[in-house]
Ligand binder design. Structure first.
Ligand code: ZN
Length: 218
């Protein structure tokens, strides 16, 4: 999957709030493989935060997007929006919502339709809170969850911060995994689904304004 690199127009450093991660109504994704479920349990038992907390709303959007295009074997993609936090020395990300737009996709690659960028950025502005791009999602319909060489290139160019995740979903095999960069490659990131309560609502999210402008044709 090739994603045009957004140009960052202005950015302030994220103020990483020290805050306890979502703890109630937390669950593993029902599509986790044995291996990913074992990772989930080990993090849960350790008491450390998961690397990524995905809201039930964001999870449903990603899954429904992937499932909708699966019969045509088309890949889908979008951005994960949320915030970066830390708790007792561990940094973690919270993805509250996702945004996407029209795509030009095939079974093995996908990119945003350049003509659809205005709509995408209206979507970002209309997300109702000041967002941080905490990563991206895309689907691998029928070819399992991993980062291809091109995905890894996208991750290194655009999503190269410790709080950036790549969520990959295979709606055919019913598998989902999150990844992040490590020196020399990438590794799986533990993630949990949470159902937001009113006290963790988007109204309270005011961390960083990241203005991005797409650079086309990369
Ligand atoms: Zn991919």
């Amino acid at each position: 999957m090739r994603l045009a690199r957004p140009r960052i127009i202005s950015e302030t450093r994220p103020l990483v709030e020290e805050r306890r991660p979502p703890a109630s109504r937390l669950r593993p994704h029902s599509w986790l493989s044995e291996e990913s479920a074992a990772l989930y349990r080990s993090v849960q038992e350790s008491g450390e935060p998961f690397g990524l907390y995905l809201s039930s709303n964001a999870e449903a959007k990603v899954r429904e997007h992937a499932v909708k295009e699966a019969p045509k074997h088309l890949e889908v993609m979008g951005f994960l929006l949320g915030e970066v936090r830390s708790w007792q020395g561990f940094q973690y990300s919270v993805a509250r919502d996702v945004v996407t737009t029209q795509l030009r996709s095939s079974a093995s690659k996908v990119r945003f339709d350049p003509d659809a960028f205005p709509k995408l950025f209206v979507g970002l502005d209309g997300s109702g809170f000041e967002y941080v791009l905490v990563g991206w999602y895309h689907s691998h319909p029928g070819h399992t969850c991993f980062l291809s060489r091109t995905d890894l290139d996208t991750q290194r160019r655009i999503f190269n911060q410790p709080y950036h995740s790549a969520l990959v979903i295979d709606p055919v095999n019913k598998d989902i995994k999150a990844f992040r960069l490590v020196p020399g490659g990438y590794e799986e990131v533990s993630f949990a689904i949470f159902t937001p309560s009113s006290s963790t609502g988007a109204k309270r999210v005011k961390r960083r304004r990241l203005k991005v402008e797409p650079v086309l044709g990369c």
